[in-house]
Design a protein around this ligand. Structure first.
Ligand SMILES: Cc1cc2nc3c(=O)[nH]c(=O)nc-3n(C[C@H](O)[C@H](O)[C@H](O)COP(=O)(O)OP(=O)(O)OC[C@H]3O[C@@H](n4cnc5c(N)ncnc54)[C@H](O)[C@@H]3O)c2cc1C
Length: 433
């Protein structure tokens, strides 16, 4: 009998999941597994311990939602806690299969996992579950990827047809429950949302679909995305899809087709285009990783320190920054938001990253490590490549320096955002009435 293991990694969904779909289409029997891991394996930044509580909660919710959704189609999700190879060896000895279907992930640790499984003679079949454009559909070889995003985007828009979603999963075989030693469960610890959180959303495919439906079809936020996307307050200034994308609760291909459907049936304008434009940034950075590999994690990045920045390992300044105690209101308010909710707007991220690098002269990889620990939507390539970009060692020809006073005048004119997080009246110097 053809048997296989479907290993869920950062593709925690059942819809448009090529590795799950292929595992089930090509085998008579499949078991689905997930291996818990809350550690952060970053060999280059600063060691800040395990994943933060908001990120962990969203991950746990996403795994539990996947377990429920699989159950509804008659599949049990085995959750494991243990060393990757030991877990797979035990499965192989009891289930008698070494054929694994999984999502191709980007990242130092993620690729190590893939290597070690191959070295131990597991038959690893990887699919581009997390890519909008599959590697074999890219109009050039990965090592020919242009440095500049616009060049990438134009070629994609001209030459690439996004694949259709894979079909629905139909699984009829009833599987006897196996008893594995490394089997575990999710010890879910709920956390209350902060009353002012801009991201009061729960993890999982079901909640991701609900968010997508609301942002597009119910609230039509997509029609004004381009004007609102630099906002700082509330759930609706941007799509809030990043966390669902980073854990694969939603597929980028499904989101793309949903936006296209919206454009066809309701409205197409510069905002609907811009949402796809931003999703292409995510895609671009995945390929930047595949080309640059571990250089995306090092101080001089993929492009060298061409602006001669002074990346000091100054723990005192770093601690002030991470705790929201620099004395610069706009920076501190954003960092407090991140610490108290696990989320920060794109405008905030650009500013705090620039401040760490250009005003405090601190090593940017430390800032990236802090984001890695705490952001609910942490994504290897989006995080490290954006940090490289702001730090001037990535996909840039321009040195991005944000002036936080000017930025807060533009984006927090009346000080409302700063007031929420600093819990104090904001002085007049930044405010333009
Ligand atoms: C220093 C820094 C670190 C970042 N770290 C991460 C990270 O770890 N994970 C992450 O998903 N995004 C990261 N971003 C990108 C961006 O800030 C977030 O994707 C966005 O704020 C998430 O909110 P949203 O889903 O409402 O975005 P929207 O504005 O609604 O955008 C829609 C989608 O487009 C993608 N996107 C938008 N902007 C970017 C961008 N600059 N780079 C890559 N993809 C983008 C995301 O998938 C996002 O969900 C970072 C940006 C900076 C400047």
């Amino acid at each position: 009998m053809k048997k296989a293991i479907c290993w869920f990694r950062k593709n925690l969904r059942i819809d448009d999941n090529p590795s799950l779909y292929n595992a089930i289409s090509e085998n008579e029997e499949v078991i689905c597994i997930y291996i818990k891991n809350y550690s952060i394996y970053n060999p280059y930044g600063i060691d800040l311990g395990n994943m933060g509580s908001f990120r962990k909660k969203f991950l746990d919710e996403s795994v539990l939602d996947l377990k429920n959704n699989l159950k509804e189609i008659g599949i049990h999700l085995y959750i494991f806690d243990g060393d990757l190879i030991e877990v797979f060896k035990e499965i192989k000895s009891k289930y008698l299969s070494n054929k694994i279907y999984a999502s191709k992930e980007v990242g130092w640790y993620e690729e190590k996992e893939e290597e070690v499984l191959k070295e131990n003679n597991f038959d690893l079949n990887l699919y581009d579950d997390q890519f909008l454009i599959e590697r074999n559909n890219l109009p050039y070889k990965t090592d020919e990827l242009p440095l500049i995003f616009t060049h990438f985007r134009k070629k994609i828009e001209k030459f690439v047809k996004i694949r259709e979603e894979v079909g629905k999963i139909i699984y009829k075989k009833k599987i006897d429950k196996y008893d594995f030693n490394f089997q575990s469960d999710i010890n879910f610890k709920d956390l209350e949302f902060h009353k002012d959180s801009n991201f009061p959303f729960k993890g999982g495919e079901s909640n991701g679909n609900e968010r997508l439906e609301f942002y597009l079809w119910k609230n039509k936020g997509i029609e004004t995305y381009k004007e609102t996307r630099n906002g700082l307050i509330g759930t609706e200034y941007s799509s809030k899809l990043s966390s669902y994308l980073s854990l694969g609760c939603l597929s980028p291909v499904s989101i793309y087709h949903e936006i296209k459907k919206y454009e066809k049936e309701i409205k197409k304008n510069s905002s609907t285009y811009w949402l796809i434009f931003e999703i292409l940034w995510r895609e671009f950075f995945r390929y930047v990783y595949l080309k640059g590999k571990n250089n995306i994690f090092i101080k001089n990045g993929i492009n060298g320190n061409i602006f001669n920045k002074n990346f000091k390992n100054d723990i005192e300044l770093f601690n002030k920054w991470k705790n929201g105690k620099t004395g610069q209101d706009f920076i501190d308010a954003n960092m407090i938001e991140l610490n108290e909710t696990g989320f920060m707007s794109n405008r905030g991220r650009q500013n705090v990253a620039s401040y760490l690098v250009n005003n405090l002269d601190v090593n940017w990889t430390w800032g990236a490590s802090f984001f890695e620990k705490n952001l609910i939507d942490y994504d290897v390539s989006s995080n490290w490549c954006n940090w490289m970009y702001i730090s001037g060692v990535g996909n840039n020809v321009k040195n991005w320096v944000f002036n936080p006073v000017r930025q807060s005048d533009m984006y927090d004119k009346r000080g409302n955002f700063r007031q929420i997080w600093l819990k104090k009246k904001i002085g007049q110097q930044n405010i333009e009435f």
